[in-house]
Design a binder for this molecule. Structure first.
Ligand SMILES: *Cc1c(COP(=O)(O)O)cnc(C)c1O
Length: 448
């Protein structure tokens, strides 16, 4: 088997995600034979440093021996069982561990199989909570401009990335969109905290005006990842928690991308010292091994559904693979690594190194900003540094960086013209230096 023959077979029968398939007439598809640590290897033996953790899911490298062992062990006993009416040890243990490490008060775990599904669950649960309390006026959600919460219709409706949403608008429920605290737009000299605090005014107004018809506010804490890795200050979350309490509205924290150490802390909400009413988890939950997501919530929400069957208050939502034992074992092994290897502390050094390695890029004539939150670093490529005018999107400059990265054996997959590093936590300092070098070369070429 080689790259070409597998590619040809692929292109006859597959339809790839988030892809204009015609691009593959000119851009090669890359068949991967195996992965080890932070590296992927194709069928021609070429290696690629996985700088984006295979779409933000991988935490401890490909083919991680400890996670492999856990899944192999589980495979000998139970691959899957229905979770309605039945249970199993991995799902009980995982729930206990998640309740232990999540922000205080999140005491219940409901499982699904993708981030989007976890978001759907949070939206439905919040809506249903108010119904169960007899409040039928609440049908709406408040969300932030430039947010992303997944691709299914409910999740898409509370997102705001036009590229993914626009076409489907006629199918979507109408969310209330509020200005993003995105600090890219702060005034010269203004601090992240000041800008994010200032941006909160619009949220306060929206809550005051709509509180009676709103179920919940949904946000991505600290980093709007799919929205070009735009970042904001924890002060916004602090104010948002207070305002949601004041107006009697739920807060949904979508930590599908930023959870599990990405933001520098285990959960991004910790940096604001807050706990949401719903916490959505996914992506890194299984270390990037298997599809599993969770929606965690409070005793108070749980209690609103707990009643005689005939009261018809139960949450009758399900997915076939809910709480899959293999995925739960992968998640448990992942949490063991966090605990045993003191990962959050060790990541501080890696994050600092990433910052140093990319720092000089802020002087590049085609870079408007280099920004970082924990293990996420983003480089905003623009046509004009002074005015921050972007390149026309049709020019696909980010794609040129992607192609240069592949030539050099680095998997960077820019979001538009924003190049970012979101590597597995097993990356080395030397490998981070390679990322920075290749990113600079790519930007030089793309901007020329
Ligand atoms: C990726 C992502 C989702 C959707 O998760 P899927 O597993 O792709 O459905 C939702 N919210 C955020 C913040 C994400 O980054």
């Amino acid at each position: 088997m080689d790259n070409d023959s597998l590619t040809q077979r692929d292109l006859r029968v597959l339809w790839h995600p988030c892809t204009q398939m015609r691009d593959h007439e000119t851009i090669p598809l890359i068949p991967i034979r195996r992965g080890r640590g932070a590296w992927l290897e194709d069928f021609d033996g070429k290696r690629y440093l996985d700088a984006i953790s295979s779409w933000w899911v991988n935490l401890f490298g490909h083919a991680n021996p400890r996670i492999n062992a856990a899944i192999t062990d589980q495979l000998q006993n139970l691959e899957h069982v229905i979770l309605a009416g039945f249970t199993h040890e991995p799902v009980v243990q995982l729930s206990e561990r998640l309740v232990q490490i999540a922000p205080a008060g999140l005491s219940r775990c409901f499982y699904a199989d993708s981030g989007s599904a976890a978001v759907e669950i949070a939206l439905k649960m919040s809506f249903h909570y108010w119904r169960n309390l007899g409040d039928k006026k609440r049908t709406r959600f408040i969300h932030l401009a430039n947010s992303y919460h997944g691709e299914t219709l409910g999740a898409l409706a509370v997102g705001d990335v036009a590229l993914y949403k626009e076409t489907y608008q006629p199918l979507l429920l109408e969310a209330i969109t509020v200005k993003s605290p995105d600090c890219y737009y702060r005034a010269p000299g203004e601090s992240w905290a000041d800008y994010s605090a200032r941006a909160f005014a619009e949220m306060e107004t929206a809550l005051a005006r709509h509180a009676g018809e709103v179920c919940a506010v949904i946000v991505e804490p600290l980093v709007q990842c799919a929205g070009s890795m735009r970042m904001y200050d924890p002060v916004y979350l602090k104010r948002l928690r207070q305002a949601c309490d004041k107006h009697g509205v739920h807060l949904i924290a979508d930590e599908i991308a930023v959870g599990f150490g990405r933001s520098g802390t285990m959960f991004a909400c910790e940096q604001a010292g807050i706990a949401p009413d719903f916490l959505c988890l996914g992506k890194g939950l299984t270390g990037g091994y298997l599809p599993l997501s969770a929606c965690m919530t409070t005793d108070e929400v749980y209690a609103a559904f707990y009643a005689e069957y005939t009261a018809r208050k139960a949450f009758l939502h399900s997915h076939s693979y809910t709480g899959n034992p293999l995925a739960c074992r992968a998640a448990l092994a992942t949490l063991d690594i966090f605990r045993d290897d003191d990962v959050i502390n060790r990541n501080r050094k890696l994050a600092a190194h990433m910052g140093h390695a990319a720092a000089s890029l802020s002087d590049h004539p085609h870079v408007a900003e280099v920004r970082q939150t924990g293990m996420i670093l983003a480089i905003e490529m623009v046509r004009d540094k002074k005015t921050r005018a972007p390149y026309p999107w049709q020019e696909r400059r980010g794609l040129a960086v992607y192609r240069h990265g592949l030539d050099r054996g680095v998997l960077l997959r820019p979001l538009g013209d924003v190049i970012y590093f979101m590597p597995p936590y097993v990356i080395t300092q030397e490998e981070i230096d390679l990322l920075a070098t290749v990113a600079r070369e790519g930007i030089d070429r793309a901007g020329a």
